[in-house]
Design a protein around this ligand. Structure first.
Ligand SMILES: N[C@@H](CC(=O)O)C(=O)O
Ligand SMILES: NC(=O)OP(=O)(O)O
Length: 340
């Protein structure tokens, strides 16, 4: 593994990630990707450490890939799902976390439907003075840092497989399309992609864009249909200007579980206006690739044939990248613990 300086104790958000930290994660993931291509895919880096996956909200790929990543690093894993836990008998979230602490957990990977739960658990661990790291695996509408990092890794590898790094995305045009309002994936990606120097274009119907962004634009009296939030972040109420000459398109699922109102006329109408299809991709650069964090609602945010087309779709490759990225995060958080 590369020898690195890494001082972060928890990974809760990408808001304050530095360029060096992004590059450290990308380079460490690239080293693990090489390990994963070998016959023996396991390394002893986290032998004796315990990684607890505390998932209070459903997940397929994040939970499984954190588990596999921990196993590839030789850590012991504990898997928790709220529905089959003693929370059904009234145990609180913090008491649940302390129960896992008492079992010797070193790293807690936490997903919760409410924003801020991983931060609250991290604060409690710090208050107790224990060296437990907390990794946010998606909290409400707030952030999903490991997803944005695996997206970054997937894209950077396309450009330079052996040396993925942040600067490769400088000035690339990246469209993020769909339910931006409820998407923690969009929020984390906005941090990482703007940090890279890319031009990030957000496109959604007004009901699915954060009011804050829209107020900001209206306050400045912008009437342009493609107003600029800052020099790198653009807002569109229509799809076409976001797709025009885009290098990459990230489409998002409609997060119905987080919608309290009827925000769209119909799924059919949404697919016609904002669904990504081969025809609409013709507006983009010829080399365009499409990302989606999954799970996908086929025929809603992306057409089924496009999702399955390896010429354009990076969806499977994102899932594969998730293992190396999560190995990198667990390794960086866990490898300093023995020397404490
Ligand atoms: N799986 C991602 C995206 C999604 O569910 O649409 C998340 O948990 O945020
Ligand atoms: N992309 C993502 O977080 O998928 P899961 O919800 O299946 O974990």
């Amino acid at each position: 593994m590369p020898s690195t300086t890494w001082n972060r104790h928890h990974v809760l958000s990408l808001a304050d990630f530095t360029t060096t930290e992004y590059d450290t994660v990308l380079q460490t993931a690239a080293s693990f990707q090489e390990v994963l291509s070998r016959r023996t895919k396991k390394v002893p880096s986290l032998q004796g450490q315990v990684v607890a996956n505390l998932f209070f909200e459903p997940s397929t790929r994040t939970r499984s890939s954190f588990e596999l990543a921990a196993k590839r690093l030789s850590a012991d894993t504990l898997n928790f799902t709220a529905a089959s836990s003693s929370m059904t008998k009234g145990e609180t979230i913090l008491d649940t976390a302390k129960t896992y602490l008492a079992m010797g957990t070193d790293i807690m990977v936490i997903r919760h439907r409410e924003a801020g739960v991983p931060n609250a658990i991290a604060q409690e661990m710090d208050r107790l003075g224990v060296r437990v790291s907390v990794l946010n695996a998606g909290d409400g509408q707030h952030e999903h840092p490991s997803q944005a990092l695996l997206d970054l890794f997937t894209i950077c590898k396309l450009m330079d497989c052996s040396h993925p790094r942040l600067e490769l995305l400088k000035n690339k045009k990246i469209a993020i399309v769909g339910d931006i309002l409820h998407s923690r994936v969009a929020r984390s990606n906005i941090w990482s992609l703007t940090a890279s120097g890319a031009q990030v274009h957000l496109a959604a119907p007004p009901t699915l864009l954060p009011q804050l962004f829209q107020d900001f634009v209206l306050e400045r009296g912008e009437t342009d249909p493609s107003p600029t939030l800052n020099r790198q972040l653009f807002l569109h109420w229509e799809l076409e200007p976001a797709l025009k000459d885009a290098d990459l398109v990230m489409t998002l699922r409609l997060q119905k579980e987080r919608m309290t109102d009827h925000l769209l006329p119909s799924l059919r109408e949404y697919h016609q206006t904002f669904g990504i299809t081969r025809k609409k991709l013709k507006l983009c650069q010829p080399h365009v690739k499409v990302l989606h964090p999954g799970p996908v609602n086929r025929g809603v945010e992306i057409s089924s044939d496009l999702m399955d087309d390896p010429e354009f779709s990076l969806i499977q490759s994102q899932v594969t990248s998730g293992i190396a990225i999560r190995m990198a995060l667990l390794y960086l958080l866990g490898s300093g613990k023995d020397s404490a």
